[in-house]
Design a protein around this ligand. Structure first.
Ligand code: AMP
Length: 216
């Protein structure tokens, strides 16, 4: 099963991805994670992407094309994958169709996490991450027991550089302008499932699980 999860920044793509991967044993392909790793390691891709990411703007499609082709050439992809944060533009979606066609693969379902922009401010500006185990917290909505420290592994929590109000405004406007057309693009093929992402984590995941179990 090959899936795609779409939603505005803070809609819960990361949290839902973790739960989906766990339950359905898929490979996680997050362009955001791959780009952050590239920035951290100072690779040529990272150097190209860094400024766009800090401003909250989308990284150029050509850069994304290259990292996706590279990722899809790895063997673990055969077990099925979940694209998280990709495709972000209609161009990327058209390009992905071509890439998948050449690999004799297709997307089975697009999960669209629906949420109002107003709810996202608290989710994004309060978000904290554990750099070691990947656990996600929120200082307003899901604080760690000890401030700034991961409950699971005891590491110091970090805040993403682009999780501030200024970048969020740009990311939301990029989302509405560029990513919503991606949903319309897939809508034509009848594989989009809309999920209300304002509910609690368990409820949102239950809804996704029901959809995906219907596909297995
Ligand atoms: P994310 O972790 O998915 O929120 O992505 C963080 C940032 O990485 C975005 O704000 C963009 O700057 C960049 N990015 C991630 N995925 C893509 C993509 N598919 N296309 C363009 N830029 C991306």
């Amino acid at each position: 099963m090959n899936l795609l999860i779409i939603g505005a920044p803070g809609a819960g793509k990361g949290t839902m991805s973790e739960l989906i991967l766990d339950k359905f044993n898929l490979v996680h392909v997050s362009t955001g994670d791959m780009l952050r790793a590239a920035v951290k390691n100072g690779t040529p891709v990272g150097l190209k992407a860094q400024e766009y990411m800090n401003r909250g703007e989308l990284v150029p499609d050509e850069v994304i094309h290259d990292i996706i082709v590279e990722r899809l050439s790895q063997d673990d992809i055969e077990q099925g994958f979940l694209f998280d944060g990709y495709p972000r533009t209609k161009n990327q979606a058209v390009d992905l169709d071509e890439i998948l066609k050449s690999l004799n693969k297709k997307i089975d379902c697009v999960i669209n996490l629906n949420i109002e922009d107003e709810v996202l401010v608290k989710r994004i500006t309060g978000r904290r991450l554990c750099p070691e185990c990947g656990e996600i917290y929120n200082i307003y909505l899901k604080p760690s027991k000890k401030e700034g420290i991961c409950d699971k592994c005891g590491s110091e929590l970090i805040q993403r550089k682009d999780d501030n109000l200024e970048s969020l405004k740009v990311r939301l406007s990029e989302y509405h302008k560029n990513t919503q057309p991606v949903i319309e693009y897939y809508e034509k093929t009848g594989i989009v499932k809309h999920v209300d992402a304002t509910a609690g984590v368990d409820k949102v995941f239950d809804e996704i699980k029901t959809v995906l179990e219907g596909l297995c």
